[in-house]
Design a protein. Structure first.
Lengths: 339, 805
């Protein structure tokens, strides 16, 4: 019996060694360990074994079975590993072949710049609102301290629909509209399209965008205006950006300023981009003129505020180094794809 | 506005700054310097030399050899200049020096270096210069010869700095003066600011009394008929006029700001205009009929010849200067040919007036004539400046010996302009600025710029030339300017906190952008105004409502003359641009307004409707576009099923490939393939597709509310049906039937096959749907599904659809 088991075992091991595919290993398992397998047959033949021998033989059979199973398992593992290794080898790809892209569209550079500006101010508690693009002369000019016959009306080259209605020349009328609603305090920005009768060229467009900003509250100061726009400039152009406030004149603010930022190309050393000055003008601002507050029903003795206006295209052209404004309105896909 | 630094220094003698320092400080105190030009930038080693001896060049007919005394030595210079003579004093650039350009007036950046060398074998140690080589022109230096070396006057010292003698060690500054600071359109105004900026003494010209013992009223009578348009009119008379050149210092100053010296009289009026900012005019008194000046409006349709010889057409709103018989000048704009000063003038009338700025501006536009004078008047001048200016002019006449000034001034000044008083509240100023500036410091700034303090009333008195100062905020600006904007602290607004957010409409537009871009569309922007031809290009009917568009009164041209009522033109134009440039597979979107008038002509603001416009050509078709629309509606929470009505009636779309998009019974937009004729008109080859979504309809229906509905726990049952359908029945009708009959267990359905062709009988198409049923609370029984299917199939059969088993 012992010899028989030994020969079964040897035969099994030999066949395991010969097997070159997992299926063949399985055949071996069935042949020796299966219900109709040779070891099973030995167990079935126990009735011919003397009763006292049976436990011993049973143990021997189980030992042989365990040994065969162990080797089978081990061999299978090795075989699987080898097969996997071979498969992986055959599946090598050229990772430098072109990618398969889902075609995604591109946002207009104006919008990208606008969203950056919006994010900065929304983070500071400003609401983003809008006003009409076709506007009453009253809001576009008069309520902004630009009465009839004011030279600023000519300067702004207004498109007229009739004597009372214009294409707004600035986003500032939104200031007046929001102030008139009388909900104080106010912190808002108002982006939008504005129009001036400039012929189209590399730096002019009869239609462009501005972003108006307005804060009205008690005790708002010029220092607050400076602080706010400094934060804005650093957020938009980088933490090393410095700002310079220059006195200027706008009819609807007093005092007024124009703001320069250090050239983000040369960092202020002076280059062709900033025409050697190291500074780039980006916006106009000031303390809301007390007469404007009065006209909008706000008591200038109780409330004060500041306002600013940024040219969106100017920001976009500067930030993305676009050298011709006309590109913004041609919608050539080769241009848009770069943003 | 331009000034030379030397002219400013004439009134601020202690000013000692570099050009850059001046530029920076003036800009920061509110007088923005746009740039400056150093007149001597390219001039180096140029001295006054005297020609001692001239000999012929042995080898060149056109050259001569000069021995030139340059003070320290005598050097030899070979020249081809035609005008040299022994004894002349001339500018000489020495070996290693630089001149600005060639004698033909061409300038070389950085100048031209002059080196000693040989001319036709004869040594030359420098060059004698023409005015052009020194960087100027005969216009500005009228004494210079037309062709040849500049010759100095005899009293010039040999060896002196020639650039100095010519007044070219100077810099000219260009300023951007804002409209509120009319006073700074004068050298005195600029100098006053400079003195305050640099804290130096300001010395304006001291105007002395002028005139003989005659009375001007014996020479001229002035009547101002329109006092509103002419608040002040000052006239003085000069007789025994001696026309001649003005002195060099005056010529140099005029030249430095680009004004050509002419003769003493013209130069004086120009000089005073620059110095005081007050335009003046001179009439030949002998041409003035009845010794009378009348200021009145022109006759409607009057024609008048101005001193430039042009005939001008006037209307009744143009203010005229007239004599007893005729018009002699357009007030504030230009004098007439009939009264102009000629070389034979004996007696002259000086006019310094103040005219209404708006009227001058408008008249100047209507007459089509803008002059230096009108440019100044239209800003609205200070009437109190007129008298000072005319007296200054007469002072210069006397000093220069240009004539005999008659005593007295005719001064018609109806409404005297008084200084404005503003309550001075240093605390309020500090609160507005966020500063802590002592009162005394504020007062010191005010004093520098001529704002007086009335201690008794606590008021600041603003001089009449400062017509921009009315209230506290205006004083705050003056304080801020001289305290320095840079020195004001930086803080952030305190007070109640507010919520930062986008308006709901803007949020929805953000979703539109996201979806469009996910679907491969890039954002374009087009103009809001366009040509009325657009309607024909889009094949719109003569009575189409889109043709009711708002017109711009003063457009840039017909192509930009109406406000768009339909967003497609911009999109199609952009697609065509791309097509022309051979860009493949282009997908664009735009978010922009259309403008719909309630009525025309416009009496109230039009409705501005935001349109979400998508356009594409190349890869993709109608259903690609339809997919984008549906993705968008889903993302903005519009979950009901939208339907499509092929009878959209859009003449610019393919008649068989267009649909209105209907949601909840309302048309919210349309989509379709561009009509081949329209595509051809725009120059788009191949098929192009567009979709336009009317955003207000979206904003009113969109929601960002979401509720979790759970994930199905019980299995679904799927049934496929295959049908032969009459061609005219739309998939949408089949789906409507499935939805109606499917009952509560209907989960979804999907078209999986559509075929028209050989195997299908004429007039029919083969359609197959996969229908999914599921119950939320149990596993469906076969009977449930069979019941629902039976209903659906019966319904379909009732439509004339044959079922294929």
């Amino acid at each position: 019996m012992k010899e028989k088991l030994q020969s079964i075992k040897e035969e099994a091991l030999r066949q395991i060694q010969e097997a070159d595919l997992p299926e063949k290993l399985n055949d071996v398992r069935v042949k020796f360990l299966g219900k109709k397998g040779e070891l099973t047959a030995v167990l079935k033949g126990m009735k011919d074994v003397a009763a006292e021998e049976r436990p011993k033989v049973g143990q021997m059979v189980n030992e042989v079975r365990a040994e065969i199973e162990g080797i089978l398992e081990e061999t299978k593992k090795k075989m699987d590993a080898k097969l996997l290794e071979e498969r992986l080898k055959t599946e090598v790809i050229d990772v430098t072949l072109p990618s398969k892209k889902n075609v995604v569209g591109h946002r207009h550079p104006n919008t990208i710049a606008l969203e950056e500006v919006e994010n900065i101010f929304v983070g500071m508690g400003y609401e983003v609102v809008e006003g009409p693009e076709i506007e009453y002369d009253l809001y576009n000019f008069e309520k902004l301290n630009i009465p009839a016959d004011h030279p600023a009306k000519d300067e702004q080259d207004t498109f007229y629909i009739n004597k009372d209605i214009v294409l707004r020349t600035q986003t500032s009328p939104v200031q007046a509209r929001i102030m008139e609603q009388g909900k104080l305090p106010i912190r808002m920005i108002a982006p939008g399209r504005v129009f001036r009768s400039d012929e189209v060229d590399a730096t002019h467009s009869p239609s462009f965008h501005q972003i108006e900003g307005l804060v009205i509250d008690k005790n708002v100061s010029f220092a607050d205006l400076k602080g706010t726009l400094e934060v804005f400039a650093k957020e938009l152009f980088g933490p090393d950006t410095k700002t310079k406030f220059r006195p200027h004149h706008f009819p609807f603010t007093e005092p007024s300023a124009e703001v320069d930022v250090t050239c983000f190309k040369c960092g202020g050393k002076g280059c062709r981009f900033c025409k050697g000055s190291g500074w780039i003008e980006i916006l106009g601002c000031g303390m809301v003129h007390p007469h404007v507050l009065e006209m909008c029903g706000i008591d200038p003795n109780e409330y004060s505020g500041f306002a600013f206006g940024v040219g969106l295209e100017r920001i976009a052209l500067l930030k993305y180094e676009i050298d011709d404004m006309r590109l913004l309105y041609e919608n050539d896909i080769r241009f848009l794809k770069q943003f | 506005m331009n000034t030379s630094l030397s002219w400013v220094k004439a009134y601020v003698p202690d000013l000692d700054v570099t050009e850059q320092e001046y530029t920076d400080a003036m800009t920061l105190s509110g007088t923005k310097v746009e740039g400056y030009e150093k007149l001597d930038a390219d001039l180096d080693k140029i001295v006054v030399g005297q020609i001692k001896k001239i000999e012929r060049h042995p080898d060149a007919d056109k050259l001569v050899i000069c021995q030139v005394d340059i003070g320290t030595e005598t050097i030899q210079i070979v020249t081809g200049a035609p005008n040299v003579e022994e004894g002349q004093k001339v500018p000489v650039v020495l070996d290693g020096g630089r001149v600005a350009g060639g004698h033909d007036g061409s300038k070389t950046e950085g100048g031209i270096e002059i080196k000693k060398g040989k001319l036709r074998g004869v040594e030359s140690f420098g060059m004698m210069c023409s005015i052009e080589e020194l960087g100027s022109t005969r216009d500005m230096y009228p004494e210079a010869p037309e062709n040849g070396i500049y010759i100095f006057e005899d009293d010039v010292e040999v060896g002196a700095d020639a650039v100095e003698v010519l007044g070219l060690h100077d810099a000219v500054f260009e300023y951007e003066i804002t409209s509120n600071r009319v006073d700074c359109f004068s050298v005195i105004g600029i100098a006053r600011e400079a003195a305050a900026t640099f804290r130096k003494e300001f010395h304006p010209p001291v105007v002395t009394e002028t005139g003989n013992n005659e009375d001007v009223n014996d020479y001229i009578k002035v009547t101002v008929e329109n006092k509103d348009l002419c608040p002040r009119y000052c006239a003085r008379v000069v007789k025994n006029i001696k026309i001649g050149p003005s002195p060099k210092w005056m010529q140099r100053r005029l030249a430095s700001v680009g004004i050509r010296p002419i003769n003493n009289l013209v130069d004086i009026t120009n000089y005073v205009m620059e110095e005081y900012g007050q335009p003046m005019h001179a009439y030949d008194l002998d041409t003035i009929a009845k010794s009378e000046i009348i200021v009145r409006n022109a006759q409607e349709g009057e024609t008048f010849v101005t001193l430039d010889g042009q005939e001008r057409h006037l209307d009744k709103d143009v203010l005229m200067i007239c004599d007893g018989e005729k018009s002699i000048g357009i007030a504030g704009i230009m004098g007439g040919e009939n009264s102009m000063i000629t070389d034979d003038v004996k007696t002259m009338l000086f006019e310094a007036a103040c005219f209404d700025g708006t009227n001058i501006r408008k008249s100047s536009k209507r007459v089509g004539l803008r002059t230096d004078a009108s440019g100044k008047f239209e800003k609205g001048l200070d009437p109190n400046n007129a008298k000072a200016a005319i007296d200054r002019a007469c002072q210069l006449v006397e000093e220069m010996g240009a004539g005999e000034v008659v005593g007295g001034t005719v001064d018609v000044y109806s409404k005297v302009k008084e200084p404005v008083r503003v309550a001075f509240d240093p605390e309020a100023i500090n609160t507005l600025l966020g500063t802590d500036i002592p009162k005394e410091e504020m007062l010191s700034y005010f004093e520098k710029i001529g704002l007086a303090y009335d201690e008794a009333t606590g008021e600041i008195i603003a001089p009449t030339y400062r017509h921009d100062i009315f209230r506290m905020a205006d004083l705050a600006e003056e304080v801020a300017r001289f305290y320095g904007y840079d020195n004001i602290p930086t803080t952030l607004p305190k007070g109640e906190s507010t919520t930062g957010k986008l308006s709901y409409k803007l949020r929805i537009e953000g979703v539109a952008r996201d979806i469009a871009e996910f679907c491969g569309f890039s954002q374009g922007m087009t103009y809001s105004f366009e040509s009325p031809k657009v309607f024909d290009k889009l094949r719109l009917a003569e009575d189409a409502p889109e043709r009711k568009a708002i017109q711009i009164l003063n457009p840039l041209g017909e192509d930009y003359s109406i406000m768009r009522t339909i967003s497609l033109n911009g999109m199609l134009t952009s697609l065509a641009t791309n097509y022309n440039r051979r860009n493949k597979d282009v997908r664009l979107y735009e978010l922009g307004n259309i403008y719909l008038p309630q009525s025309l002509p416009l009496t109230e603001l039009p409705e501005e409707r935001m349109q979400f416009t998508l356009g594409m050509y190349g890869e993709g078709d109608f259903f690609t576009m339809k997919g984008v629309v549906e993705e968008f509606l889903e993302k903005v929470g519009m979950r009901k099923k939208e339907t499509y009505d092929p009878n959209a009636g859009k003449p610019f779309l393919h008649p068989g490939r267009q649909a209105n998009i209907i949601y909840d019974g309302t048309v919210i937009g349309y989509l379709g393939e561009i009509h081949p004729l329209v595509a051809e008109t725009y120059g788009i080859g191949g098929r192009a597709y567009v979709a336009v979504i009317d955003m207000p309809e979206i904003v009113s229906r969109a929601t960002f509310d979401r509720k979790y509905e759970g994930i199905a726990k019980f299995p679904a049952v799927t049934r496929d049906i295959s049908m032969v359908v009459p061609k005219e029945i739309l998939a949408g009708q089949i789906e409507e039937m499935i939805e109606q009959r499917g009952g509560s267990i209907l989960e979804s359905y999907k078209l999986f096959d559509l075929y028209e062709g050989a195997q299908i009988k004429e007039g029919y198409k083969s359609v197959a749907y996969s229908i999914v049923f599921r119950a939320k609370d149990r596993t469906l029984e076969e009977a449930d599904v069979a019941k629902a299917m039976k209903k659906i199939l019966n319904g379909l059969e009732s439509m004339g659809i044959e079922l294929r088993q």
